[in-house]
Design a protein around this ligand. Structure first.
Ligand SMILES: C[S@@+](CC[C@H](N)C(=O)[O-])C[C@H]1O[C@@H](n2cnc3c(N)ncnc32)[C@H](O)[C@@H]1O
Length: 284
């Protein structure tokens, strides 16, 4: 099955308008293969029939399932390792010292996919900073895709998924086997609140975050979208907060209100002191 050029253009515009994800024309094969299961599920004859229905119906479930099918949900536990090392060794100790008065800490994991990232954060906090159990800590995990969020909330992972990045002692301590799958324990699951959030829509009110993980999602967007999302991230971050992006992402040339903090093998971002951003002030 393959889409005609005009139908591809329709899907490309729909996905761009509702999620900001850019589908390059070279990606037609990807669109074909991701939408074919929807054609079958809907008992339609072809991809052309699917697009005809999308064109004729008001925006609803079918459109949503097409957009969700075009998201890339690749993720793993402790993905890229080093950001989690920095989070453990530098960022959390710093925040625990700074926030010891209020004893409150909020982490927001935007674009959390099937949950490996927020569960990694939760396990790390529990394992390395048991004193946080007496704090008001919140981990808020959001994604555009309701289907992937349902999976994340369940907290069940295949053998293949737990083999990717999850240290064996953590598997033993925080998961139980359930047939062919592994179920994360309730203590860890309850540390996380999962919510739907489309990064390009108006954001619902949420507590200001001490740490934002927004990894491996900006890569799918064009420059104006990246800029507007980074500006919104600054609004929800505490002034002394930290931002982690994916390895191929940066705030450079997008938002100079952020400055990079370089650590051994990785980096993260914090909001530059407002005074430094005055016109005429030289920045690095
Ligand atoms: C590659 S995954 C990244 C998962 C995780 N952050 C990581 O680094 O392993 C990208 C996620 O971004 C989500 N996404 C794509 N467009 C989005 C949007 N406009 N708003 C919110 N989430 C979006 C997708 O549903 C997908 O789960």
């Amino acid at each position: 099955m393959s889409l005609s050029a005009t139908d591809f253009e329709y899907v490309r515009n729909l996905v761009k308008e509702r999620s900001a994800i850019i589908l390059e024309p070279s990606k037609t094969y990807l669109v074909d293969s991701r939408l074919t299961p929807i054609v079958r599920k809907q008992n339609l004859g072809s991809l052309g029939d699917l697009v005809a229905r999308l064109r004729n119906e008001r925006f609803g479930e079918l459109h949503r399932s097409v957009i969700e099918a075009m998201t890339t949900n690749e993720t793993s536990f402790f993905r890229d390792v080093h950001p989690f090392e920095v989070f453990k060794k530098k960022i959390l100790p710093d925040l625990i010292a700074k926030r010891s008065g209020e004893r409150a800490l909020t982490v927001w994991c935007g674009a959390c996919s099937s949950g490996q990232e927020p569960y990694s954060i939760a396990m790390l906090m529990r394992e390395s900073f048991p004193e946080l159990a007496a704090w008001r800590t919140q981990i808020i995990a959001t994604d555009l895709s309701t289907e992937i969020l349902d999976r994340a909330k369940r907290g069940t992972f295949s053998q293949l998924e737990v083999n990717r990045g999850l240290p064996a002692p953590m598997l033993v301590r925080y998961f139980t086997r359930n047939g062919p799958e592994w179920q994360v324990c309730d203590q860890v699951r309850k540390m996380i609140t999962f919510r739907e959030l489309n990064l390009i829509d108006a954001w619902p009110s949420m507590p200001r975050a001490d740490v934002v993980f927004l990894r491996n999602v900006l890569i799918y967007f064009d420059i104006p979208t990246k800029k507007s999302i980074l500006a919104k991230v600054r609004q929800v971050m505490r002034p002394e907060g930290y931002l982690f992006l994916g390895g191929a992402e940066t705030t450079m040339n997008l938002d100079d209100a952020f400055e990079r903090m370089q650590f051994d093998k990785t980096g993260c971002y914090r909001i530059r002191d407002a005074a430094e951003r005055r016109p005429g002030h030289a920045t690095a």
